[in-house]
Ligand binder design. Structure first.
Ligand SMILES: Nc1ncnc2c1ncn2[C@@H]1O[C@H](COP(=O)(O)OP(=O)(O)O)[C@@H](O)[C@H]1O
Ligand SMILES: [Mg+2]
Length: 172
């Protein structure tokens, strides 16, 4: 992550705006941000990944998972399985892609309550959960930028991530 991006995060945090917006000029920047957030994740955290097809939700999740465990880990998109679980310390990472979910209640069969209570949840297409989506979450929204490899990310820390996002900036 570049110093410029980090300065931007600091400024926005001190201005106490809940939502932080950061430019990601290329895929390396997306992966770097994912690794930083990954290092701060704790058991029972819920991180949602919104954005159109191709904006980089799975790319973000892959870098997040690799940063916490095996850097060579194969991380396919769980488009058809809806869920892939990665054993990591101190908590497994549950990577959901709910695009094909028919009804929110179907996630009970996937064990989503275990994910929420003890795992680290990364959820693509969180909108599909409707009212079952917990308030307590870090909400990440990816959007296309002005060049093919550029993306813009907005981070809504909710209550649980405000201090941790500040730590990302301070650590740099
Ligand atoms: N800055 C960037 N961040 C993330 N992905 C990027 C970026 N620039 C280009 N890409 C490419 O965009 C695609 C994103 O695909 P993917 O992560 O599967 O998106 P989604 O899961 O949102 O549908 C990948 O082919 C990736 O290489
Ligand atoms: Mg995806």
């Amino acid at each position: 992550m570049t110093q410029r991006m980090l300065r931007l995060i600091v400024v926005k945090l001190y201005n106490a705006s809940a939502m932080i917006v950061v430019d990601l000029p290329d895929e390396t920047a997306t992966a770097a941000l994912a690794a930083r957030i990954s290092a701060l994740a704790q058991p029972a955290d819920i991180i949602t990944l919104k954005g159109d097809l191709g904006t980089g939700k799975t790319t973000f999740a892959r870098a997040f998972i690799r940063a916490r465990g095996n850097p060579e880990e194969e991380v396919p998109s769980p488009t058809f399985t809806l869920l892939q679980i990665y054993e990591c310390d101190p908590a497994p990472i549950w990577h959901f892609d709910l695009y094909r979910l028919l009804s929110p209640e179907d996630t009970w069969e996937l064990g989503i309550e275990d994910a929420f209570s003890a795992g680290i949840s990364l959820i693509e297409w969180p909108e599909r959960l409707g009212l079952l989506l917990p308030e307590r979450r870090l909400e990440i929204a990816l959007a296309f930028g002005d060049r093919p490899d550029a993306r813009q990310v907005s981070l809504d820390p909710g209550t649980g991530w405000q201090a941790r996002l500040a730590a990302i900036a301070v650590d740099a």
